[in-house]
Design a protein around this ligand. Structure first.
Ligand code: FAD
Length: 228
């Protein structure tokens, strides 16, 4: 999996803070933009903790994602508050590239069978391509097939995405992607994403009440003597 943050709103924390300050200020916007940055960041922290997260919608982030499965992107595009451009299987002929889940990787015999099956699928895909349009040949390709996608999301949508997909209950591949994206945006917008992540870690409770989860706050408390 390759995940890169290829573009983002300059100074995302400051833009969001200025937007927040503007709502309660008589000052000109230029003055607000030149306000003390540390004060602006403090204000933003307060506003976010109050739940007034519409101000972080002004901050946009664009990711280039490749080496992930179609299975992952099928879940990813369910997040509607975002923009997507994905490599087309209609127009682009697909090489034999696919994701192998860790559960298969650790079972040597199963991995061999899995690889054999993938080879067979791609051989049939090649056979089909000579007989029908590529857009029809692709019907035989597996969920595991590699894909590339560019995704843009504003920070508010990302906070929702991280809450849902950084959770241990989320599927492993999209969870891996979500954590990689979170690490990238935290570097450029540390205030906005300071408290981002699954609710067990950021809010100290599990909305799904999954008591058997190893990250369940009560279990964590027992293990570490403190909440996360
Ligand atoms: C662990 C897990 C398991 C899942 N399992 C399934 C499954 O089995 N089957 C399945 O179909 N999906 C499943 N999903 C997908 C899930 O139902 C959501 O479609 C997906 O997570 C996108 O979330 P979202 O709607 O909050 O995001 P977005 O689409 O980005 O929306 C963000 C927010 O905007 C608001 N919003 C967006 N559109 C509307 C609208 N039309 N009306 C009102 N408010 C809106 C909502 O507040 C929403 O939370 C699963 C998700 C997770 C995390």
């Amino acid at each position: 999996m390759k995940v890169e943050l290829i573009a983002y709103t300059p100074e995302p924390d400051i833009i969001a803070a200025v937007a927040a300050k503007l709502t309660h200020s008589k000052s000109e916007i230029d003055e607000l933009l030149n306000d003390d940055k540390e004060k602006l960041k403090k204000l933003l922290k307060i506003v976010i903790r109050m739940g007034h997260t519409s101000v972080v919608e002004h901050a946009y982030f664009t990711f280039a994602i490749s080496g992930v499965s179609r299975s992952l992107t099928h879940q990813l595009v369910r997040h509607r508050i975002a923009s997507y451009s994905q490599q087309s299987q209609r127009y682009v002929e697909q090489n034999m590239e696919y994701v192998t889940p860790p559960s298969i990787l650790k079972d040597e015999e199963l991995k061999k069978k899995y690889d054999r099956m993938m080879k067979e699928i791609w051989e049939f895909y090649e056979y089909m391509k000579d007989r029908v349009p590529v857009e029809d040949a692709r019907y035989v390709l597996p969920n595991a097939a590699h894909t590339k996608i560019i995704v843009s999301m504003n920070a508010r949508s990302l906070l929702n995405f991280f809450e849902l997909r950084c959770c241990l209950h989320a599927q492993w591949e999209i969870r891996k992607l979500a954590w990689r994206m979170l690490h990238l945006v935290r570097k450029v917008a540390p205030i906005i994403f300071e408290d981002a992540g699954p609710p067990c870690m950021t809010k100290g409770y599990c909305p799904m009440n999954k008591k058997d989860c190893v990250w369940y706050p009560e279990r964590m408390k027992k293990r570490n003597g403190k909440n996360l």
